[in-house]
Write a protein that binds this ligand. Structure first.
Ligand SMILES: [Zn+2]
Length: 125
């Protein structure tokens, strides 16, 4: 990897900050804690609450997993190596998005694919 020591340290502290933030949020939205609060009472409202808490939890869990991958990639010295094409990920991209695993080109290609699938399911080429 081509990051210098200062860049690696910056990336590591960014990831550490993100880790603490996600950990705090995961604790706050722990669906199991909500389960304990829901007694027999108003089932509908409880279901909605649990559903929201669960999607929030899953969202943060996905963030958590990409954070774990980013930290592993940093410790293996491949934090700035694109997982698709093996090309370099510019440091200014990692500064903005420390859990990025793809270079700008591969990320753009991926998102273009996603948009075709999600926004335009009937498009034919
Ligand atoms: Zn790439």
């Amino acid at each position: 990897m081509s990051l210098n020591l200062a860049q690696q340290a910056t990336l590591k502290s960014t990831l550490d900050t993100l880790e603490q933030k996600i950990q705090a949020e995961l604790r706050q939205h722990n669906p199991q804690q909500l389960d304990h609060q829901s007694g027999e009472g108003d089932g509908v409202i409880t279901d909605v609450l649990n559903h929201d808490a669960m999607s929030q939890f899953l969202h943060e869990h996905a963030e958590w997993q990409s954070l774990q991958r980013a930290q592993a990639r940093l410790s293996e010295n491949i934090a700035d190596v694109c997982c698709e094409c093996g090309g370099p990920i510019p440091f200014n991209r990692l500064e903005v998005e420390p859990t990025a695993e793809r270079c700008i080109q591969c990320q753009a290609a991926l998102e273009a694919n996603d948009q075709r699938l999600h926004l335009n399911p009937h498009a034919s080429l």
